[in-house]
Design a protein around this ligand. Structure first.
Ligand code: 6PG
Length: 247
């Protein structure tokens, strides 16, 4: 796969600095009157990166040119501590000058099946379609130790062949219901970026990046019309054999 890049950073701050720089560049390249469509994931790694971005937003990024979506959401109310929207608002959005009209949250409080339909139509109406699917400019993905990404968990990789934009998923351990982007949407994005940190992810990162046919959900992320970037800290890269590009 020649559209895949692996970059290793000494610290999560340097990784976050790279993400902030990339966002600034892509936002600056966004034509007047157009928006950069950005879909965010939840989890502790994105949270740390969001906090870095907001505490170092010295370049005064033109956030009004960004439309914010979510890759997935827990089926809980927006004020619930489990909510990815709440985490993003507290650690990113509250600190940036983002017009409310640019924020398209998943309504985790709604009936899951109805919300998957509603959010699919929101995306269809606000994200340009290319290759017969909505095409996000940037997807920021996390990686679970079980190899899940978004809310596509092991045993549910059929979501990479879904005919829908969003579907309802269930966390295999907690039983928590989720709304998630499906594989065709993920693999149609222009820039798909995994952000993975910590020693706990080293084994699954090495398996996904070095083994073939792992069957793990993150292994199915192969953008067909875009590029795939793995941003790792040294700990998460700790079990990779030959040294990937190090910053
Ligand atoms: C979620 C995320 C999920 C997350 C990974 C990594 O809703 O939890 O979308 O895919 O990104 O589980 O999470 P950590 O960074 O907390 O390990």
């Amino acid at each position: 796969m020649d559209n895949r890049e692996i970059v290793v950073f000494p610290t999560i701050a340097k990784l976050a600095e790279f993400v902030a720089g990339l966002l600034n560049t892509l936002i600056a390249e966004t034509a007047d009157g157009e928006y950069l469509t950005l879909a965010l994931s939840g989890g502790s790694t994105p949270k740390q990166i969001f906090r870095y971005i907001t505490s170092h937003d010295t370049i005064k990024t033109r956030w009004e040119k960004v439309r914010f979506f979510w890759v997935d959401e827990r089926c809980v109310p927006a004020e619930d501590d489990e909510s990815n929207y709440k985490m993003t608002r507290q650690n990113l959005l509250e600190n940036l000058a983002v017009p409310e009209g640019n924020i398209f949250r998943i309504h985790g409080e709604n009936d899951p099946e109805k919300e998957a339909v509603r959010y699919s139509s929101i995306i269809a109406g606000n994200v340009p379609v290319e290759n017969n699917w909505p095409r996000f400019d940037i997807l920021l993905l996390g990686l679970g130790e079980d190899g899940h990404t978004a809310s596509i968990f092991p045993g549910n990789t059929a979501l990479f062949q879904s005919s829908k934009i969003c579907e309802v998923a269930t966390h295999p351990k907690s039983g928590q219901q989720r709304i998630t982007l499906t594989g065709p949407v993920i693999n149609n994005a222009s820039h798909v970026i995994f952000m993975v940190t910590g020693p706990g992810k080293a084994s699954v990162v090495a398996k996904i990046l070095q083994d073939s046919n792992t069957g793990l959900p993150a292994s199915f992320v192969k953008p067909s019309h875009g590029n795939l970037t793995w941003l790792l800290d040294e700990d998460a890269a700790g079990k990779l054999k030959n040294g990937p590009l190090r910053q």
